[in-house]
Design a protein around this ligand. Structure first.
Ligand SMILES: [Ca+2]
Ligand SMILES: [Ca+2]
Length: 210
């Protein structure tokens, strides 16, 4: 999200939320008052209605990386939008971001698990992992200035994606059933720095962009 000059006092009730900053910090785990102020300004600037719509969020975020990574942003939005209404307000956004950005390693990994578990069945299927890793690679390529939807680029993306996905399953899928449970994911990632690093693009990316 962009910069904003909106100044907010802690005691002030934030428009559209009906809550003051201290009330919001009670609701949203791990988010500091300073971050609430910063993010509120950016949120209001981009979503003046106080509601962030799914298409709008995906479009805005994806535009920053040359229109790539849509699948990732869709899934990210869906983890924030608990009641699946298709739009979220500022407090829902903060609650969604909270554990992923500032939580403990365990909390961040559970948050990441939910982003990857696209259908919400509590397992990460290889297809889900493939879609998300490819989407993250698209974002990485775009931020490195490698562009294009051309076939050669697409092939490289697919090769890299498959290689990363098979490494992840080899390392994390302890019972070899081709799906990752929460335990396999969290335990495996906690003990594997390389994989943790590969997956942490998810949250690092957001911190840099915000
Ligand atoms: Ca799943
Ligand atoms: Ca498994």
């Amino acid at each position: 999200m962009g910069q904003s000059n909106t100044k907010v006092k802690s005691s002030q009730i934030l428009k559209d939320t009906g809550l003051s900053i201290p009330e919001i910090t009670n609701k949203t785990k791990c988010i500091s008052k300073k971050e609430i102020k910063q993010w509120y300004g950016a949120f209001k600037q981009q979503y003046p209605s106080g509601q962030m719509k799914r298409e709008q969020f995906v479009e805005t975020q994806s535009k920053l990386v040359m229109g790539r990574g849509k699948k990732f942003f869709e899934s990210l939005f869906d983890t924030f939008d608990k009641d699946k209404s298709g739009s979220i307000d500022f407090v829902e956004f903060l609650i969604g971001m909270g554990a992923g950005v500032n939580g403990s390693i365990q909390e961040r990994l559970l948050w990441t698990f939910n982003v990857y578990d696209l259908d919400g069945d509590h397992f990460i299927q290889q297809e889900e992992m493939t879609l998300l890793i490819k989407s993250l690679l698209e974002i990485t390529h775009a931020t490195q200035g490698k562009s294009g939807d051309d076939e050669a680029n697409e092939q490289i993306l697919d090769q890299q994606t498959n290689s990363i996905v098979s490494k992840i399953y080899k390392a994390l899928d302890k019972n070899h059933d081709n799906v990752l449970s929460k335990e396999e994911f969290v335990d495996g990632c906690s003990n594997n720095e390389a994989i943790l690093k590969a997956l942490s693009i998810t949250t690092d990316y957001l911190i840099k962009k915000n």
